[in-house]
Design a protein around this ligand. Structure first.
Ligand code: 13P
Ligand code: SF4
Length: 312
């Protein structure tokens, strides 16, 4: 039996669901029950009736699934699959930061640890950040953490002045304006689209800014036939499938390849996914109290998204 068949058999036997992010390798995306952005993945995790959730993504995503499903087994093929944003916001330092800014509400990007979620009023993703921020009164004092690029972008389009925690996604923040401009010059017929985790100067150059799902949908309906994508390489797999007659290129991280891979997302492989389903480990284990406290801001995000019709 091949690896794909073995995974399918285990999935049936164990009543498992496989949820995968767009940045996973194509082989994993192809066997997943659902492939989506962080919002879509949280929404699927919240509604699944499967008894086991196999999360092909990074640690904070699997943690979110566990927080929404405390009674279920949530597996992550490689526990080292972290995130520079979650890493860049240590809970003790964040607590001090909050103490230095009394009277502020806290909106945290889902790319943070469960401990940061326990200190937050509401969570957001790149797919609903504007709506989540706009759900607060205009004069509300707000802290936005941990992504300063996304926070600055949301400030610019909502006219807010949220206090920003200083962390970035190492995969999007590495992209330079110079590289983007050179690429646009080399491909004048291509349209630049960007994820809001990129630096502000790149977002200003882009014809479209949005979450991974939003970018894929944009390229399906937009009239252009060629795109320069300022995001992670994995997204091209679904973009090409959704628009087989269009051409897509990612902005490369450096001169060594035509790619921009997240080192954490790419820790997951098909053999590791099979092994974690066979052994039912590594499993996400969280303290009961953390789960209880972190759930409220996630549920609030899901409710606002439902009210605003942001269903992925
Ligand atoms: P979205 O899934 O919200 O587009 O975010 C991309 C990302 O970097 C996830 O880690
Ligand atoms: Fe984190 Fe960036 Fe990797 Fe997403 S792409 S998991 S934000 S480091």
């Amino acid at each position: 039996m091949g690896i794909v068949e073995k995974i399918a058999t285990l999935k049936r036997e164990k009543g498992a669901v496989i949820l995968a992010h767009y940045y996973q390798v194509p082989e994993i995306q192809d066997i997943a029950d659902y492939v989506g952005d962080s919002l879509g993945l949280a929404q699927r995790a919240a509604e699944t009736d499967a008894s086991m959730i196999v999360f092909a993504g990074v640690h904070f995503m699997a943690e979110t699934a566990k927080i929404l499903n405390p009674g279920k087994k949530v597996l992550l093929p490689d526990l080292e699959a972290g995130c520079s944003l979650a890493e860049g916001c240590p809970p003790d330092q964040f607590r001090e930061f909050l103490d230095r800014h009394p009277g502020h509400r806290v909106i945290s990007y889902i790319n943070c640890s469960a401990a940061i979620k326990t200190m937050s009023d509401v969570i957001c993703t790149s797919g609903n950040a504007v709506e989540i921020v706009e759900s607060f009164p205009k004069d509300e004092k707000i802290i936005f953490a941990p992504d300063k690029n996304l926070g600055a972008y949301i400030n610019s389009i909502t006219g807010r002045d949220m206090v920003l925690w200083d962390a970035t996604c190492e995969v999007h923040d590495i992209l330079t304006t110079e590289r983007v401009i050179n690429m646009c010059a080399a491909h004048p017929d291509a349209k630049l689209i960007a994820h809001p985790e990129c630096r502000g100067a790149i977002l200003e150059l882009a014809s479209f800014v949005g979450s991974t799902t939003a970018m894929i949908r944009f390229t399906q309906t937009d009239e252009a036939t060629k795109y320069i994508v300022a995001s992670e390489s994995g997204i091209l797999h679904q973009m090409k499938q959704a628009s087989p007659n269009k051409e897509f290129m990612v902005v490369p991280a450096d001169e060594t390849c035509a790619c921009n891979d997240c080192p954490y997302m790419k820790l997951n492989t098909l053999p590791k996914l099979l092994q974690c389903m066979e052994r039912e480990t590594p499993e996400i284990i969280l303290d009961h109290e953390v789960i209880e406290k972190a759930r409220a801001p996630i549920v609030k995000m899901l409710e606002i998204s439902r009210m605003k019709n942001l269903i992925q």
